[in-house]
Design a protein around this ligand. Structure first.
Ligand code: HEC
Length: 509
């Protein structure tokens, strides 16, 4: 669970709420947040002569390939799954063999974002070099099926069963707008707690895995609930309300504020089993009156229809002593210049002033002014680097308690190119990368559980670094047309950006 560090300098988030209509006015512009290269042909032409290093034998589907696909691909590539085609039946695997070869050789599939110097995470969905060689050689050899008698009993990934103490249900099936490629929707659910309870685990269960691309659960503290009610009340009545970068709540950067009143609690991404159990006798504290927001990203490229996602929660027994997990969030300034440079004409969309003017109506004057006046830049002592459309910023934060990091996550929007969270970046002896995502993809964001918790101590430094790609080729598409680069700043909508990373840690004595 991530919260703003109180150490966040008395820099503090402050802003006024923007209404769902204002949000919609901003976002309805973007009907597609990505381009989809469905074309078989294009892929095939790119494959020309992609000869893999040859193995000493020719792998066959039944003997060698099926177990790899079953373990690593069919959780998504199955009838009713999020991927645009199935790899479940032998015929389908053969049909897509060449594309599969290409995707695994390029390490595009299965989707796994951490890389670079990242530490080892649990449940990594990476293929080994041997597995890549098997798929590549098999496709290269013309995708032979081999003998059915060579097949081992199939083992398919299944959604984890859970015995919930509380079931959080979005109330009724939601039907995303079929004309969009992506729709982001938030649903408020109330666990109706009468006293403080600890969540010891959760399981998120989308009902329609064909369209659910990710789910994030936010916890929202009681004082923010009226803001949620406003968002719900001004929504379009289809159920829930629109939201993109977060739960759509006003961000407060006011002096002394120690947190934003909401935090990320958990995630579901396609292919994940869904269930998370925190370490024994630990949990996330929920005060009475706290509600949850389920943010669901619907991806409508591979399917349409409705969905009714539920979240199962496990609560600690009130008689047991539970240690609360702590979250911290780190942010870096968002100042992204056009490839052509920064215009001094305030009416030019490549000027900094135009960017702040554009976000002010829905972000509020206070937060906008705080950022416009460079408070975060000053705190971070960071001079943004701009190089032909590639912008980078970074920020250092002091660690103020001894903890062990268990879970880490980054967050940027569509222009994000890479994000890194480092411990003690300037000390070669103690430096450690906590998370590095070298090729950020908004559509595959998740939290990552460390294989070995990373100890941090009072006096350590955490640095966050974000890089954005604001070149013409990397702009989102609106009504089939690619948008022009513009100076981009912090904000909640699809065309604004963020640079956030956070971790969940266990206090250490
Ligand atoms: C977590 C879900 C998931 C898993 C696991 C997964 N895929 Fe995909 N795959 C997708 C989605 C969704 C797309 C559509 C494009 C996108 O959204 O990135 C896709 C697209 C593809 C494509 C189309 C070309 C491309 O690169 O976009 C190929 C080929 C492919 N996957 C092969 C595989 C293979 C082979 C595996 C296993 C080794 C695999 N995928 C595992 C979800 C998944």
């Amino acid at each position: 669970m991530f919260k703003f560090q109180s150490a966040l300098i008395g820099l503090a988030l402050l802003g006024s709420a923007f209404t769902a209509q204002q949000w919609h006015a901003q976002n309805s512009l973007i009907s597609e947040t990505r381009t989809f290269h469905n074309s078989h042909q294009k892929q095939l032409s790119q494959l020309v002569q992609r000869q893999p290093p040859l193995l000493a034998y020719i792998p066959t589907y039944y003997k060698d390939v099926q177990p790899i696909l079953d373990k690593n691909c069919v959780s998504c590539h199955i009838e009713g799954g999020i991927a645009p085609f199935s790899l479940f039946h032998p015929k389908e695997a053969v049909e897509y063999a060449r594309e599969a070869q290409f995707a695994v050789q390029k390490k595009k599939m299965p989707p796994w974002m951490p890389g670079g110097e990242s530490p080892k995470f649990k449940d990594e969905t990476k293929l080994t070099d041997d597995e890549i060689a098997v798929i590549a050689n098999w496709a290269w050899a013309g995708a032979p099926l081999g003998k059915t008698t060579d097949a081992k009993p199939r083992v398919l990934p299944t959604q984890q069963n859970s015995k919930p103490d509380v079931v959080m249900d979005i109330g009724k099936a939601f039907v995303p707008n079929p004309e969009l490629t992506d729709e982001y929707r938030c649903f408020v659910v109330d666990p109706k707690l009468e006293s403080e309870r600890f969540i010891t685990g959760y399981n998120i269960i989308p009902s329609n895995k064909k369209i659910v691309h990710h789910v994030v659960i936010f916890t929202v503290e009681p004082q923010m609930v009226p803001e949620l009610k406003k968002l719900e009340a001004t929504a379009d009545g289809r159920g829930g309300y629109e939201c993109f970068g977060g739960p759509g709540l006003p961000i407060r950067l006011s002096a002394g504020a120690s947190n934003m009143g909401f935090s990320i609690m958990g995630n579901w991404v396609p292919g994940s089993k869904g269930g998370i159990q925190y370490p024994k006798n630990t949990g996330i504290s929920l005060k009475p009156g706290t509600v949850l927001v389920l943010q669901v990203h619907y991806n409508l490229l591979a399917g349409k229809g409705s969905d009714r996602t539920v979240a199962h929660l496990n609560l600690a027994d009130t008689t047991e002593k539970t240690t609360g997990l702590r979250g911290s969030i780190f942010m870096s300034p968002v100042e992204i210049a056009c490839p052509s440079g920064i215009s001094s004409d305030p009416n030019n969309t490549c000027s900094r002033e135009a960017a702040y003017k554009a976000v002010e109506p829905y972000q509020g004057a206070e937060l906008t002014n705080t950022l416009r006046n460079g408070l975060l830049l000053t705190y971070c002592q960071s001079k943004p680097q701009h190089n032909n459309g590639i912008s980078t910023t970074q920020c250092n934060f002091p660690v103020n308690a001894d903890r062990n990091i268990l879970l880490v996550q980054g967050h940027m929007h569509l222009l994000g190119q890479s994000i890194k969270l480092e411990l003690n970046p300037d000390n070669p002896k103690t430096r450690k990368v906590i998370l590095e995502i070298p090729n950020w993809d908004f559509h595959w964001q998740s939290g990552y559980w460390l294989e070995n918790p990373i100890p941090i101590s009072k006096g350590d430094t955490v640095r966050i670094t974000c890089t954005w790609n604001n070149t013409p080729e990397n702009q989102p598409i609106q009504n089939g047309k690619q948008l022009e680069p513009r100076y981009t700043v912090w904000g909640e909508t699809t065309r604004d950006e963020m640079c956030l990373a956070g971790y969940t840690a266990l206090p250490r004595n």
